[in-house]
Design a protein around this ligand. Structure first.
Ligand code: B16
Ligand code: MG
Length: 211
């Protein structure tokens, strides 16, 4: 076995919440009269909530105080959390669940490394609340991807050296974070287009050949 642990990004890897992020940011952008579209939304992948707000505000004419920014980020998160209530175990694909189960059966440790502060809520919604051996998320980090902190913490929580961990990511910043943390990476979706990861995946089940 090449890796003792696999650290999974959440959004865009285990499940897909982009459409809910989009709807929630769009509602806020509309309220502030800011242009916002799917292309701008793509830039928010893997990026923290406050950094996402800054990207959206690039098209805002006025200036906001830090208090106002925090209030608007909270407002977006309230809308987003309300939308997340629609998620259920049906949002976990059989391919993803089956692959995770097979990795676990081989004795591989499984962790989450997500920028999201809602990671535990999302995992609960899709029926994986108690599934992972460790969860490192937006609540236990001070620096977001491409800083390696979220993955370094996940490896620490597992007690496994970085060199024995594989990171699975859909965001370019996430692949950069894995590399900065001394970890190999496997890229899915958007991240696979940049060919900067150790492996580019076509499907989630490819992991069974990589690990
Ligand atoms: P929250 P990941 C990231 O999750 C999302 O991809 C990104 O779009 C979002 O802004 C970020 O979490 C923070 O999310 O507002 O819920 O704390 O891909 O790192 O699992
Ligand atoms: Mg992601």
């Amino acid at each position: 076995m090449k890796y003792e642990a696999v650290i999974f990004d959440l959004d865009g890897v285990i499940c897909h919440t982009d459409k809910y992020h989009f709807q929630a940011w769009k509602a806020l952008a509309d309220k502030l009269g800011i242009y916002f579209d799917e292309t701008i939304n793509n830039r928010l992948r893997g990026v923290s909530r406050m950094e996402s707000l800054e990207i959206i505000l690039e098209r805002y004419d006025g200036t906001l105080t830090d208090e106002e920014k925090t209030r608007y980020a909270d407002e977006k998160n309230d809308i987003y959390k309300e939308l997340l209530k629609q998620m259920s175990p049906a949002d976990l694909s059989p391919e993803v669940k089956d692959t995770l189960d097979q990795l676990r059966a081989r004795g591989v440790k499984l962790a989450i490394g997500s920028s999201s502060k809602n990671a535990r809520f999302i995992l609960g919604q899709i029926g994986l609340g108690d599934y992972f051996d460790a969860i490192s998320d937006g609540n236990n980090i001070t620096n977001s991807k491409p800083d390696p902190e979220v993955f370094v913490k996940a490896a620490e929580f597992l007690g496994i050296p970085a060199g024995k961990c594989l990171v699975v990511e859909d965001a370019e910043a996430g692949i950069q974070a894995a590399t900065a943390g001394g970890m190999d990476s496997a890229a899915m979706g958007d991240a696979a287009r940049y060919h900067i990861a150790t492996y580019d995946m076509d499907s989630f089940a490819d992991l069974l050949n990589i690990v």
